[in-house]
Design a protein around this ligand. Structure first.
Ligand code: CO
Length: 158
């Protein structure tokens, strides 16, 4: 396992569309493990493969964050199958350091994806998790939340 460098928004790579994984090989498993280490170290909620410079359709989310525990779910070749409701709130991104913004997203989102064993599964997120699913999914299509933000803020050091 290793920490990978997080690409920031000056890099054109974050604007590219990621390719499907289709078959989960050892390189993908290593990537998933490294992404977990990188997410832990950066204390983020989610991380998409393009953020570590790999243009594959993969993201991970710590779905336990609201209960202050770690439960990282890995989404490979995700598809958003259902969206409903609406929420407006603050959003940030490990690739956009020092800034945050206000973004309107669906309040409930269901994603179907492949796990590391090659099995398809379904995951439904509400509130913050719905926001996170949409945010990470957008990364796979080269979209950043700054594109969708109604206002942006500079973060001040605490
Ligand atoms: Co992001």
């Amino acid at each position: 396992m290793a920490i990978r460098k997080i690409v920031t928004d000056e890099d054109e790579l974050l604007r590219k569309k990621s390719r499907e994984v289709v078959s989960v090989n050892n390189r993908i498993i290593t990537l998933l493990d490294d992404m977990k280490d990188t997410l832990r170290l950066s204390e983020g909620v989610g991380l998409a493969a393009p953020q570590v410079g790999i243009l594959r359709r993969i993201f991970i989310i710590n779905v336990g964050i609201e209960e202050d525990r770690e439960e990282i779910v890995e989404f490979i070749d995700p598809v958003i199958v259902e969206m409903s409701g609406e929420q407006t709130g603050a959003e940030g991104c490990l690739s956009v350091p020092g800034r945050s913004g206000t973004v309107t997203r669906p309040d409930k989102v269901t994603v179907e994806a492949t796990d590391r064993n090659g099995k398809r599964f379904s995951y439904t997120g509400i509130g913050l998790m719905a926001r996170c699913l949409c945010h990470e999914y957008d990364h796979l299509d080269g979209i950043l939340y700054t594109d969708k933000a109604s206002e942006m803020f500079e973060e001040t050091e605490e």
